[in-house]
Design a protein around this ligand. Structure first.
Ligand code: GLY
Length: 343
């Protein structure tokens, strides 16, 4: 196992790379842990949970809600979990989000850590401390920012990941490259999902690089006063279409990234939409927006990035350099109408 620690405003997160699930007892005392996972991960990796206190939640984004938190809290009480207990979320983004949130509010906060089991979880969702739940159509409407004590990376867990989940995760990898790392963008252009699937060394290096990119942004701006907003590239429109049309997160973000590139062309003279679109498509992601612009605007008006009549939109100046541009809502509405295709 290799270790790397990141310091945040009031806590530290240790990342364990090249780890294997069976070494988890080197990081936490299993007797003082409660594991949280979802039904799919449990079915695929049952053997790792033998003899552990375990909470299994239903799988899927539609369960990232308050009833799931109520279920978890009820079971934590039954297990007698207290402030000396560590909660360990094992799964993709939904599991890590609800685990972090339940652990943050139960008894006003217990330590927690994550063992991400999806590409999306490894490169993005487990990192950064934002956690929470959806409320109706509104994604991540309720939550806290609280950092995990540890992130534990066992890439062998990806062996059972369905192909579409590999595709899903690469949307966030491409996002990181587009906003912060032109050289990673070029590497991605040369490689493919199959290359990373078959080449453990390259996959580990890719995950480490993404952890580094995201952690570097978050350690400088944990509470999203400035640069952390850049990580929302593709997410303003992405979250809207994800919730209206129940798209997989990566697909929605990919559509959001292309839309943000088109808006960047209009407002910043960005010239590389075709290159970004080609990369997204190379990794199997959709890019065209077939959606009702009226519905999109309805959700965007409730977006956390909106202040009064302006949306702080993340755009690209060039590949590897994102900027935040306040766009008046009436101008944004015209732009969204012009890039939407009839559904
Ligand atoms: N947990 C995801 C984030 O903090 O961005």
């Amino acid at each position: 196992m290799q270790k790397k620690t990141y310091s945040f405003s009031s806590s530290r997160t240790t990342c364990y790379f090249e780890a294997s699930f069976s070494q988890i007892n080197k990081v936490v005392e299993k007797e003082r842990c409660v594991f949280i996972t979802d039904q799919h991960v449990f079915d695929a990796h049952k053997r790792y949970f033998k003899g552990s206190k375990l909470i299994v939640i239903p799988a899927g984004e539609s369960y990232k809600n308050q009833p799931t938190i109520d279920q978890i809290i009820g079971q934590l009480i039954e297990y007698g979990a207290d402030r000396k207990t560590t909660i360990v979320g094992v799964g993709g983004g939904v599991v890590t989000d609800v685990t972090g949130y339940a652990a943050s509010v139960y008894m006003r906060g217990l330590p927690f850590g994550f063992i991400p089991t999806s590409v999306l979880g490894m490169v993005d969702a487990s990192i950064g401390g934002k956690n929470g739940i959806d409320v109706g159509h509104f994604k991540n409407m309720v939550g806290t920012i609280r950092q995990p004590k540890f992130l534990f990376y066992d890439t062998s867990l990806l062996q059972t990941l369905p192909p579409e989940e590999w595709v899903n995760g690469f949307a966030e990898v491409i996002k990181h490259a587009a906003i912060k790392d032109a050289s990673l963008f070029r590497d991605l252009e040369k490689n493919s999902i199959n290359y990373y699937k078959k080449n453990k060394k390259a996959l580990t290096a890719l995950i480490r690089k993404n952890v580094m990119i995201k952690s570097a942004v978050v350690t400088k701006d944990e509470f999203e006063g400035g640069d952390r907003k850049l990580l929302n590239f593709g997410h303003t429109l992405g979250h809207a279409v994800e919730n209206i049309y129940r798209l997989p997160h990566g697909h929605a973000i990919s559509i959001g990234i292309k839309a943000a590139c088109l808006i960047s062309e209009e407002l910043l003279d960005f010239k590389e939409t075709a290159r970004v679109t080609a990369l997204l498509e190379k990794y199997g992601l959709p890019t065209d927006l077939h959606a009702d612009p009226g519905k999109i605007m309805e959700l965007m008006r409730m977006d956390k990035k909106k202040t009064r009549d302006t949306m702080n939109y993340v755009l690209l100046d060039k590949i590897g350099k994102a900027v935040i541009k306040p766009i008046p809502m009436n101008q944004l509405e015209k732009l969204i109408y012009s890039i939407s295709r009839a559904r």
